[in-house]
Design a protein. Structure first.
Length: 284
């Protein structure tokens, strides 16, 4: 069932998300005010880690296939699919630049646990932007594409934090310098800049449950938006910066919700018996 975004009827957001309503995770698009759900992919292969092109015409994603992972894109209008990277060492796609010429990808080329790279789509060349012994994930460009915000593991797993400890860092692309933005216990992941670059959201996990966090771009004024209610992950900004979509899991069922950036309004958007998660707003 698709629920209308109450209190925001004047604004209609387009969303892409993944769902297993056809048994495997496929990519769909829908609207926060429209009950129509359109499948862009429909296969027996898991499609995940999706991100919109900045012009809103394509969705880039990771295809988990028997022979290995691939980076693909699907055209929103005609549903045509292109293979962008077909390489046994690819792990996932994180983000794509405004001109559709560069991606941030994860690859195991230099380390089996994976590193982050800037990948040139036309030349198939890449520049390594991380180099450490831990895991990195969920990197996103800043609005001006001069920096990248990313989750980097800082401690291995233990009896309390089974995924280890990860903090949010900023990478300056001109010199690849690292600036640590958080100092929290638990696993902090999937950060994203707000459209104006002034705020960053991410999820903070502790003892198996996660909350949606928000802070200023320099790491100051950290706020817990969901405050320990259920399991909340994968925050993503609306293009006007008013809402944050996130995946809420209750009793092993994941649904899509919106929360206002002040944390005062929470709205269910997609609540079904299926696994519905990772809602990404279409850019303006």
């Amino acid at each position: 069932m698709l629920l209308t975004l109450m209190g925001c009827q004047s604004k209609n957001y387009d969303l892409a998300y993944v769902t297993d309503r056809d048994n495997t995770l496929d990519i769909c698009i829908t609207s926060s005010e429209n009950k129509e759900i359109i499948n862009l992919t429909n296969s027996d292969i898991t499609e995940y880690n999706l991100t919109w092109s900045k012009d809103g015409t394509e969705i880039f994603y990771t295809s988990y296939e028997k022979t290995g992972r691939k980076v693909k894109s699907v055209n929103v209008l005609d549903k045509s699919i292109k293979v962008i990277i077909n390489d046994s060492i690819i792990q996932s796609v994180n983000d794509v630049s405004k001109d559709n010429e560069r991606m941030i990808i994860s690859s195991s080329e230099h380390h089996k646990k994976g590193e982050l790279y800037l990948y040139d789509i036309e030349t198939n060349s890449k520049i390594r932007i991380t180099n450490n012994e831990f895991y990195e994930a969920g990197a996103k460009f800043s609005p001006d594409e001069k920096t990248v915000v990313v989750s980097i593991q800082t401690k291995v797993s233990d009896s309390i934090n089974y995924s280890g400890t990860a903090e949010i860092f900023e990478i300056k692309l001109s010199d690849l310098s690292l600036n640590r933005l958080t100092d929290l216990e638990g696993f902090n992941a999937l950060p994203e800049y707000s459209p104006n670059g002034e705020l960053i959201t991410f999820h903070h996990c502790d003892n198996g449950k996660c909350d949606i966090m928000m802070m200023e771009f320099d790491g100051l004024n950290l706020v817990n938006l969901t405050n320990g209610k259920d399991d909340n992950r994968w925050p993503r900004w609306s293009p006007d910066g008013k809402w944050i979509s996130f995946t809420k899991t209750i009793d092993n069922n994941s649904d899509i919700y919106f929360i206002s950036k002040d944390g005062k309004r929470v709205k269910p958007i997609i609540t079904t018996e299926f696994r519905d998660e990772i809602a990404i707003f279409k850019p303006n």
